[in-house]
Design a protein. Structure first.
Length: 70
């Protein structure tokens, strides 16, 4: 797969983990396990894609990556 697509998937999964984390902290009955798994998966995808791209990614490149992939 294309590292750019992997990077965007990682950012998307990582962004989805934020509401899951907030929800787990706000309700006492929920566990943090799904939120932590989403953080780890998203982070791993981002790190892998960054390691596969020469020079990595900068913050200013992310909007161009989104428009290029979709």
């Amino acid at each position: 797969m294309d590292p750019d697509l992997i990077f965007l998937l990682g950012v998307f999964v990582f962004a989805l983990s934020v509401p899951a984390t907030i929800s787990a902290f706000s309700t006492s009955g929920k566990t943090l396990r799904p939120a932590i798994i989403a953080i780890l998966v998203g982070g791993a995808l981002i790190v892998w894609a960054t390691s596969q791209t020469p020079g990595g990614y900068s913050i200013t490149q992310i909007p161009a990556l989104i428009l290029e992939q979709f």
